[in-house]
Design a protein around this ligand. Structure first.
Ligand code: SAH
Ligand code: SF4
Length: 350
């Protein structure tokens, strides 16, 4: 059996080329794109303005993929929802829906199965790396949840690449997914409402800069001291803080966009006054926001969350003494391990 074309891997231009190759008029490409990405149909037969013959022609060559929902958990505390999806090859990924008080919704999506960066504190990193997600698997996380929300009279407003994987190590698929998700003829989520979170893959931050994408950038900093950052984020050995600092300065000079720095607080590791001063010195020259996140303990690691008192002290020191623009993020969905960055492949593969 020759493999059918996965329609959600195609951008609008590629879809136009496909319909032309099937002997259909080019403008059908734009229409089908709209059915796939804005109306989010799951079956080619729902594309009612195509003739039966054209639908048959299309279904012989191509198909609309779907993610198999294996498990859904809803937090009793804050209604955060976690979805476990099965991919066509049997691998699984997780996606988290964060509901805000103002009725807006943020979807936290995965970019890889596992993660090659292997940060010492991260659940995803512990499982090793399996593979990059394809474009259709990235955008279908959004569409599957959007379809459910639409039925509740709601929708996805923001997307964050803070699920499983390092988005900047799956750059071409992530860029193509961004292009499709922000297409006005599709779901039309502006790039300004999409955040890419990275452990600091410096050459690929540079590539994002060259592409001039108006996305939000979040840097997982976690320590502003090289020797410590080396211990928890192995890529720091290849791209140390000086290199990260230099590219981010350039990024901000060119884009004028605020940069978010994520900082998980780990007990007896990165929450002393020395750590706070290093952090404050690092972010000082940036238009910045620092998001402090109390560490969520992960089985198999020795890291712990600091006491409330230490958390408060670190936060107030940064805010009041060092005048850092800092927020203390209370993580969501703790009862379902729903916090972004706590995702791991729990179901057996295949
Ligand atoms: N790979 C990217 C994006 C996914 S991780 C990155 O590292 O930025 C998303 C966020 O969750 C990162 O800031 C990550 O450091 C954080 N995180 C990972 N494990 C965590 C844990 N156990 N508790 C709290 N935050 C965690
Ligand atoms: Fe990968 Fe991010 Fe986890 Fe590090 S924190 S292992 S980069 S997913």
């Amino acid at each position: 059996m020759s493999e059918k074309i996965n329609l959600l891997n195609l951008n609008q231009q590629e879809l136009e080329e496909l319909v032309i190759s099937l002997g259909m008029k080019k403008f059908y490409g734009k229409q089908i794109f709209n059915w796939l990405h804005q109306k989010i149909v799951r079956d080619l037969n729902e594309i009612t303005n195509l003739s039966l013959k054209d639908r048959e022609l299309l279904s012989e060559k191509a198909y609309i993929p779907f993610l198999n929902l294996l498990k859904q958990q809803v937090s009793k505390i804050d209604k955060t929802e976690k979805f476990l999806f099965k991919l066509e090859d049997g691998n699984t990924i997780e996606t988290v829906l964060l509901r805000h008080k103002d009725k807006r919704n943020t979807l936290c999506i995965s970019s890889q199965v596992g993660c090659p960066v292997k940060c010492a504190f991260c659940a995803t990193g512990q499982d090793g790396f399996v593979r990059n997600l394809d474009v259709n698997e990235i955008i279908n996380q959004v569409y599957t949840v959007e379809r459910r929300l639409t039925k509740q009279g709601s929708n996805i407003n923001n997307i964050v690449f803070m699920g499983m994987g390092e988005p900047l190590l799956n750059l071409s698929n992530v860029l193509k997914a961004l292009d499709i998700l922000s297409n006005e003829n599709g779901i039309n989520i502006s790039k300004r409402k999409i955040t890419i979170s990275t452990s600091g893959i410096v050459p690929n931050i540079e590539k994002i800069l060259l592409e001039k994408l108006p996305i939000e950038l979040a840097i997982s900093l976690h320590s502003a001291i090289n020797a410590k950052r080396d211990m928890i984020i192995p890529v720091n050995r290849s791209y140390p803080l000086e290199d990260l600092y230099a590219i981010l300065q350039e990024y901000q000079r060119q884009t004028k966009r605020r940069i978010s720095f994520e900082y998980i607080m780990i007990n007896d590791f990165n929450v002393s006054d020395i750590d706070a001063n290093a952090l404050a010195d690092f972010v000082h020259e940036f238009d910045h926001v620092v998001n402090l996140i109390p560490y969520n303990p992960v089985a198999g690691t020795e890291f712990e969350r600091p006491s409330e008192k230490k958390i408060e002290k670190f936060f107030t020191f940064l805010k009041d003494v060092r005048k850092v623009n800092v927020t203390l993020r209370r993580e969501k969905g703790t009862d379902i391990d729903g916090a972004c960055g706590q995702l791991r492949q729990k179901a057996p593969k295949k």
